[in-house]
Design a protein around this ligand. Structure first.
Ligand code: CS2
Ligand code: MG
Length: 405
């Protein structure tokens, strides 16, 4: 009797922040799990899965990963989009988990085996001001990180992207019934940013990779100006310099600066990446397992990027669950054109809900050798953390103009 999908559960839990997990059960008794978390839209993805995807999975062969992907991505008339592709990403990740478990192999072996001994990750140094942030970079270097992202509070602004509230890791979502509004000033930012990176390089030198996330906030010429002003500090990448809807904008930035560009954490389809990759308008593509339709589509994006010497730099913030991190690490260990993996870490209660095989050592993560992607969910513990409404903030300029958060 062929192995079939017998059931699928959508588990919403909030161990410090909301996560959506899909658990697929099969007649052989093997289960697989996938991350379906979309920050601020978790319930939309949970409903898309429960109401429109799970009924279509029952009775199918869990090994037919490519056909199920196409059925869900192309069979649905309304294609692409963050909600749809996060749901498909969860199904795809769970099915790869099952296939690897049935084979008794760690997932990376099914993708093509390892291409490196470990996965270089970058940590998130942040502080309320320049001094705090420079100190935080040193703490990550002491932990053995080879790469550190620096995000700082900006003089004259109450809150900015990337700076943690309190001592825990940075979590962008703010709990509440509607999004918090935050003020932004490009002028204050552009005056401040070069000083931050000059201070980091002056204190610690050039023996490690230094990254920064603009978080979609600049116009193309402003991004070009920033990239140029940061050239003396040799960034590994300047991320999301400008909103990616206008992909021509990156061409203008490219014409003015050699600071490498990373983009794509909000991309959910290979079609979002195609022009940027073919025109070589970026150096790292940030698409993630959970948001880009799972392993099946992400490996196609990576293959296209490889043609243009563009490397992967998968998104890995706190709002991508340990399930996504586990799957990403198997992908990262295999993918030939690997660049770096974001590792923003999770809270202790999150790590308890999602027991995992991956380990950190001296700046590198390793997915482990457990069959599958090596992450599971403790359903009983997950049930103790009910969903809590939380949203990503909305940004406005100081004159009230709505801006890119
Ligand atoms: C950020 C994220 O990690 C990053 O590079 O862009 O923190 C992003 O703001 C969140 O994942 C959005 O939910
Ligand atoms: Mg980012």
């Amino acid at each position: 009797m062929a192995n079939t999908i017998t059931d699928a559960k959508v588990i919403v839990t909030c161990p410090g922040r909301n996560f959506v997990t899909l658990k697929i059960l099969t007649s052989d008794g093997v289960h697989g799990i996938g991350d379906a978390t979309l920050n601020g839209r978790e319930l939309a993805v949970a409903s898309y899965l429960k109401d429109h995807v799970v009924p279509c999975l029952i009775g199918r062969d869990p090994h037919d990963i490519e056909d199920i992907w196409n059925y869900l991505a192309k069979g649905a008339y309304w294609r692409r989009g963050p909600v749809t592709m996060a749901a498909i990403g969860a199904v795809d990740t769970a099915l790869w988990d099952i296939k690897a478990k049935v084979a008794g192999l760690p997932l990376y072996q099914l993708l093509g085996g390892k291409s490196r001994s470990g996965v270089m990750v970058y940590g998130h140094a942040n502080g309320n001001d320049l001094e705090e942030t420079v100190d935080a970079v040193g703490q990550y270097l002491e932990l053995g990180y080879k790469a550190v992202r620096a995000q700082s509070g900006i003089p004259g602004l109450d809150s900015v992207y990337g700076v943690a509230r309190g001592k825990l890791f940075y979590e962008p979502a703010v709990k509440g019934a509607v999004p918090e509004e935050q003020l932004w000033s490009t002028e204050k930012y552009l005056d401040f940013a070069p000083k931050l990176f000059e201070a980091v390089r002056e204190r610690y030198g050039f023996g490690f990779h230094l990254l920064h996330d603009c978080h979609h906030r600049l116009t193309p010429i402003e991004a070009a100006r920033l990239g140029k002003s940061l050239e003396p500090y040799r960034l590994f990448w300047l991320e999301d310099p400008t909103p990616a809807e206008n992909q021509e904008a990156l061409k203008l930035i490219r014409e003015h600066t050699v600071t490498p560009i990373a983009i794509g954490e909000i991309f959910n389809s290979i079609h979002d990446c195609r022009d940027i990759l073919q025109n070589q308008h970026c150096d790292y593509i940030r698409a993630a397992v959970v948001h880009a339709g799972g392993i099946t589509q992400l490996r196609k994006i990576a293959a296209l990027a490889e043609l243009y010497q563009i490397r992967t730099g998968c998104h890995g913030a706190t709002d991508l669950s340990p399930v996504c991190m586990g799957a990403a690490l198997h992908f990262d260990l295999w993918v030939p054109n690997f660049g770096i993996q974001e590792y923003m870490r999770h809270s202790p209660e999150t790590d308890e809900v999602f027991p995992h095989a991956y380990t950190f050592d001296d700046g590198y993560l390793h997915p482990g050798e457990a069959p599958g992607h090596g992450v599971d969910i403790d359903e009983a513990l997950a049930a103790k953390f009910p969903y809590e409404p939380a949203y990503l903030p909305v940004a406005r300029l100081e004159d009230g103009t709505l801006w890119n958060w």
